[in-house]
Ligand binder design. Structure first.
Ligand code: ZN
Length: 196
């Protein structure tokens, strides 16, 4: 039986947004691009990697006073230390000279609501793609989305995940940071290293 599904109403002005992006790039090339950027080393100047959320309300480099070339910045929904993040961190540590890793979460993270929004996401997947709801809502759907309840605890647990990864050398410093969405301040929430 053919799947019936509701296509997304429209993606308004998709092409004009693309044109806007390319225009923005033309302005960047003529006015903002610094040829020195091309000569920056692949190794980050501060030997630092930051894992942050894709949240649009803060810019990680600006929040932490970092310049181009200072750090490898890895962002995803909810600053998850998942396989993709770990792959990037392992490359950063073993190939690109990273010795410090900061996991930076933030208050009011949308991913702390995913537990409650899970069904909304599943229904949207169903309605826009036709994948049956029972296939989307498989038992590990919420775990796969990566939702969590407490933003600070989530950061602290993520620090432990990185510290304990078997490919992570013991002398890598791993910090936990929490950005306050309402004040711009960053709090150090690094858990004590577990006694050896
Ligand atoms: Zn977030």
């Amino acid at each position: 039986m053919a799947r019936t599904f509701k296509p997304r109403p429209s993606v308004p002005d998709g092409m004009s947004l693309l044109a806007e992006l390319l225009e923005g790039n033309a302005r960047f090339v003529s006015g903002g691009w610094d040829p020195k950027d091309a000569e920056l080393a692949a190794r980050p100047a501060k030997s630092l990697a930051v894992v942050g959320c894709m949240d649009t309300r803060h810019n990680i480099e600006r929040v932490l006073g970092l310049a181009n070339g200072d750090a490898k910045v890895i962002r995803n929904a909810g600053n998850l230390v998942d396989d993709g993040t770990l792959r990037s961190l392992i490359v950063a540590v073993h190939l690109l000279g990273v010795r410090h890793i900061a996991i930076m979460g933030h208050t009011k993270c949308g991913m702390s609501l995913v537990g409650r929004g899970e069904f909304r996401i599943a229904r949207s997947i169903n309605e826009t793609t036709g994948v049956p709801l029972h296939e989307v809502m498989r038992p590990d759907f919420q775990r796969w989305l990566g939702g969590f309840d407490d933003c600070k605890e989530h950061v602290r647990r993520s620090v432990e995940v990185v510290r304990r990864h078997p490919y992570m050398p013991h002398d890598i410093a791993v910090y936990g940071l929490l950005y306050d969405n309402d004040t711009g301040r960053v709090q150090d929430v690094t858990p004590e290293p577990a006694p050896k």
